[in-house]
Unconditional design. Structure first.
Length: 392
């Protein structure tokens, strides 16, 4: 006996960082009032000649929703057996779909009974987005494992920051195939100063002020202040900024001038352990970016000192756009420029203000305290990193 086989697509999306799945409600005379336990993933019978099951799933999704499966990788959710014996294969796809714009193909059904007449009904009379708990109540019981496997694959997801996902996992599939499941998080962006590179004006000014730390600190809080530096990061020219400051503080002219002429001496070493994480991510084909407050005038010399900056998939520095963190605009520009989605982007910064704003925009932000902590935080978000730095 040939076992009836069907295949479908579980579409999912994140709303405010929470997972939602798209289910369809069957049309026809019997299901109008039946709600709980009757919804289904869009799916249907395998076509003739042993149609490729993924092709079945894609075709049925299109027929029942009126929309093609969104582009992007499919997660193999394996198969389940329904009560009547039918085996259902499913794949998950990330994407959005407006339920008001979904349209289903029609099916013919003898109705009303015993009249000999046939009536046409939509195969799916409505679709809806549901959180995992709600979806479990509505979906046919036999299909519940699809939702649970999706959650396992993505990590049990609550609010951004409350994510408890494990590493990407392989899911069982009863036809013997196994699929590597993609991670919910797709890209990692690093702050530079204090995360990848030990940039600190004190590396320079200890040489200038010698043992007088108090004088140096006063200079850095009253003359060349962090706010003054932030304007350089936001695109103000060093020449203008230095000239103006010397007019205000003529007795400190030499030290102020050094901010420009000896700027490169503020560059300490790279934080090799963090750079190691960045390289491990790249080897695993995770796109990595820099998102940093940095002057456009000094970024070139920084890159020449730290060639790993040229290994990045992209970098956005404040000096290029005239806006620095923690302004929301630079985060938005960053996501836009590299085609990233906030909810699937991890951002690492040592500044709590930057982390807070990133989170408010839906970005999964991690505050940097140590490379070891960042490594653990990335592993817990599903990234394929070794648990300890290689060679340690
Ligand atoms: Mg920083």
């Amino acid at each position: 006996m040939r076992i009836p086989t069907s295949a479908g697509i579980l579409l999912y999306r994140f709303r405010d960082g929470r997972l939602e799945v798209l289910l369809g409600h069957p049309g026809g005379p019997f299901f109008g009032r039946k709600d709980l336990g009757n919804w289904s993933i869009p799916k249907g019978q395998r076509g003739p000649d042993n149609e490729d099951l993924e092709a079945t799933a894609r075709r049925e999704f299109q027929e029942e929703t009126g929309h093609p499966v969104p582009a992007g990788p499919l997660l193999d959710l394996g198969s389940i057996r329904q009560r009547g014996g039918k085996i259902v294969y499913a794949w998950a796809a990330e994407g959005d779909l407006d339920p008001a714009k979904a349209t289903s193909n029609m099916i013919e059904f003898p109705w009303p009974p015993f009249t000999g007449r046939v009536k046409r009904f939509p195969e799916i009379d409505r679709v809806g987005w549901f959180g995992p708990e709600d979806a479990r109540q509505r979906i046919k019981e036999a299909q519940i494992p699809f939702i649970e496997r999706l959650e396992t694959a993505l990590g049990r997801s609550g609010q951004p920051g409350a994510f408890e996902g494990g590493p990407a996992v392989r899911l069982p599939s009863s036809d013997g195939q196994r699929g590597l499941v993609a991670n919910r998080f797709k890209a990692v962006a690093f702050d530079i100063g204090g995360v990848l590179i030990d940039w600190n004006p004190r590396h320079l000014y200890r040489k200038i002020f010698g043992p007088d730390e108090v004088a140096m600190e006063r200079f850095l809080t009253e003359v060349c202040t962090p706010e003054w530096n932030a304007r350089l990061d936001a695109g103000r020219s060093f020449a203008d900024a230095v000239a103006e400051l010397i007019r205000e503080h003529p007795s400190q002219a030499d030290a102020i001038e050094a901010y420009r002429s000896r700027w490169d001496e503020m560059l300490g070493e790279a934080f090799e352990e963090t750079v190691g994480i960045l390289r491990e991510l790249r080897r695993a084909h995770v796109p990595v970016y820099a998102l940093s407050n940095w002057s456009a005038e000094t970024y070139a010399v920084t890159r020449s000192r730290f060639p790993f900056l040229d290994e990045l998939d992209g970098a956005l520095i404040s000096g290029d756009i005239g806006v620095g963190k923690p302004e929301p605009a630079i985060f938005r520009e960053f996501l836009d420029r590299f085609g990233l989605v906030a909810e699937s982007t991890v951002f690492i910064d040592d500044s709590s203000a930057n982390v807070a704003v990133a989170r408010s925009l839906g970005i999964e932000a991690i505050q940097f305290r140590s490379a070891g902590q960042v490594r653990r935080d990335l592993i817990s978000r599903g990234f394929p990193l070794a648990s300890h730095p290689p060679g340690s």
